[in-house]
Design a binder for this molecule. Structure first.
Ligand SMILES: Nc1ncnc2c1ncn2[C@@H]1O[C@H](COP(=O)(O)OP(=O)(O)O)[C@@H](O)[C@H]1O
Ligand SMILES: [Mg+2]
Length: 396
């Protein structure tokens, strides 16, 4: 790892809450994707990466996304991110301006005999940390072409889309999510092992009920806040040409929580799991719970489910939703998150493109945008840092 050896001192920024901008100031890559080595020195302004297909733009966005928690914006195994002709590992070192001052972050992967390529090392301010801990410092939202099918694809994608927001505004929820997952996996394994021990199931179902209700409550809260923000923006004078979304959260526990207290919902979910045991046993998995919840999105102006809207309408809706997420994080966390937008400009007409730029400048986010046509970004002028990417070489 190449985390800077200099001692990190946490300085509290004197800016007002809500006005700070999270920004990557230095980014160094070694053996990451098509970059043998690269270095970027930046200020807080948005970053535009322009270059031909295959030049390494999305790879750079992916590297930035790994400064936050999770598996990066493509969600690929880490072994795949190591440069093909390199040593099998990669390293990313960055200096990031956070609300608490400048922070050194390092992350990387070194293959080891017998590992499955899913773990990465993380250093925050020179100390070993978990990838999840990055979420306390680096907040981000992203939109990539692979998300074009978000409204028509499987519910799991929409759940992840929502849960990324939930975790950004309630980092403690990471624990509940992994606790729920773990207990559910163990319960499913009991079915596969033809285990009938009542107490084994009761223990796990208790954990699932507790963490499941915490997850559902945090999701409801996030959806409510996001909806309130969207409504507020609709009513304000400076409307964006991005259609507003109407959101609904569908799920057994979420619906239950709307009607009763958390304790009651916990009991109800525990009983549901107990009563569903034989049905779940037949399926060899847990059929009901927050792991099946879905975020339903309606195109507000058309009053039509997003899934039946045109692909252009879906794209504009999604972009508006991602920007609303960024604004909500900024409002609640007091710092404008990184906004990673892969290939968005090319799919917008001129009016919407300028509206996107205006929105990015209004939110004061360090947005990272990619595109093959540099000209499309010219309205940004000096408000952005425009870089050329050419076969793994970055130049201003
Ligand atoms: N692990 C890797 N090692 C070397 N090259 C890679 C690796 N993974 C991807 N690439 C290459 O990186 C190039 C740039 O990819 P990408 O960043 O997606 O391009 P774009 O600029 O179109 O977004 C592609 O040609 C791809 O084959
Ligand atoms: Mg790309």
């Amino acid at each position: 790892m190449t985390a800077s050896p200099k001692e990190h001192t946490i300085k509290i920024n004197e800016t007002e809450p809500g006005t700070a901008t999270l920004s990557v100031r230095t980014l160094k890559l070694s053996d990451f994707r098509n970059y043998a080595s690269a270095r970027l020195d930046l200020d807080a302004r948005p970053v535009v990466l322009a270059g031909e297909n295959g030049s390494g733009k999305t790879n750079l966005l992916e590297a930035v996304s790994l400064l936050g928690p999770g598996h990066g914006l493509r969600g690929r195994p880490y072994a795949e991110l190591a440069r093909k002709d390199g040593q099998g590992g990669f390293a990313i070192a960055a200096s990031v301006r956070t609300r608490h001052g400048e922070l050194d972050i390092g992350t990387g992967y070194t293959p080891r005999a017998g590992d499955d390529g899913t773990g990465r090392t993380v250093r925050i301010a020179g100390k070993d940390a978990s990838a999840g801990a990055l979420g306390d410092y680096v907040k981000q939202v992203f939109l990539i072409p692979a998300m074009d099918g978000l409204f028509t694809g499987p519910g799991s994608e929409r759940r992840r889309f929502l849960d990324r927001l939930v975790v950004a505004i309630a980092p403690g929820l990471r624990t509940s999510l992994s606790r729920y997952e773990r207990a559910m996996r163990q319960r499913n394994r009991l079915f596969q092992m033809r285990e009938h021990g009542k107490s084994l199931f009761e223990g796990l179902e208790e954990q699932m009920a507790e963490s499941g209700v915490a997850i559902a409550a945090a999701r409801l809260d996030a959806v409510e806040r996001l909806s309130a923000l969207i409504d507020e923006r609709r009513e304000s004078e400076d409307q964006t040409p991005f259609p507003h979304a109407v959101l609904a959260l569908h799920g057994t526990v979420e619906a239950d929580l709307a009607e009763r207290s958390a304790t009651e919902a916990e009991d109800a979910f525990r009983i549901l799991l107990e009563e569903g045991r034989e049905r779940d046993r037949a399926a060899s998995r847990t059929l009901e719970g927050p792991h099946r919840s879905d975020l339903l999105v309606v195109h507000g102006p058309k009053n039509a489910p997003a899934a039946i809207c045109s692909s252009g309408e879906q794209k504009a809706l999604l972009l508006g939703l991602v920007l609303a997420k960024a604004e909500l994080i900024k409002t609640l966390e007091g710092i404008a998150p990184l906004v990673l937008l892969d290939e968005v400009a090319a799919h917008l007409d001129g009016v919407r493109r300028e509206a996107l730029f205006a929105e990015i400048l209004r939110l004061k986010v360090q947005a990272w945008m990619t595109g093959t046509d540099k000209e499309l970004f010219s309205p940004l002028g000096q408000s952005a840092q425009i870089l050329d990417v050419n076969r793994g070489i970055i130049s201003a």
